[in-house]
Design a protein around this ligand. Sequence first.
Ligand code: NAP
Length: 252
Amino acid sequence: MRFDGRVAFVTGGSRGIGKGIAQLFAETGAKIGIVDVNEEALKETQKEFSEKGFEVLTKKADVSNAQEVEAAVKEVVDTFGRVDILVNNAGIIRDNLLFKMTDSDWEAVMNVHLKGSFNASRAVQQYMVDQKYGRIINISSTSALGNRGQVNYSAAKAGLQGFTKTLAIELGKFGITANSVAPGFIETEMTKATAERMGISFDELTSETLKSIPVGRWGQPEDIANAVLFFADEKSSFVSGQVIYVAGGPTV
Ligand code: NAP
């Protein structure tokens, strides 16, 4: 299969987009390491994936804590022998208009998205450099282009695009590529929480946003997984430092 012999490490992979990515890797032959802070979802995913016959190691770890991430990466390498692919997917939202945004809303979002991606990338690079092979994929967002109420999140997601390009420049000579997938509206708990916070039903949010999606539907986690697997493919070795928007149409 396409990812036979490969080991993928997915942050925030116990549910939503991360789970969809982990599942597609496993279905195409990869062994999977998943870290997440959501213990309940981690347990359910471990059980579900094991029952499907996937080789999976789940670990509770907060990506904003460097030691926890390093220990989890080491455990994956000790268990599966290597780490070939990192997907920096773990994410949170703390939306508010600028004048109402608190320091902790700002810091929490920066810590998970930016520091978390930095921690995990730094943790895997030593193994990838030794292997002379690696694929790093960072999950950005269409919000990187600006989105009302998301000054923290849009800054973090735009920051991830610069982070991606710099990783590509620094790590290319070691056979490591770095790319970014920027999703539009994807149906997950995160978007359901957005509707709740806006005080509208999920159906109302869906019908409102559908007006601006040319393909006429919301995205599903597997739509993002499909783009991630393109970047993660061994054959994509000449594609690096790129951002692909997966949003059912052009973004700007
Ligand atoms: P989700 O359903 O909320 O899943 C995110 C997962 O990451 C959750 O299990 C969450 O745990 C976990 N997580 C949060 N903070 C963490 C931390 N510090 N360390 C480790 N794990 C952590 O979200 P999603 O919609 O699948 O989003 C996945 C990624 O795609 C995020 O980076 C998001 O910003 C991005 N994205 C999503 C959309 C969309 O429309 N859904 C669009 C563009 C980009 P908890 O359950 O405890 O929070």
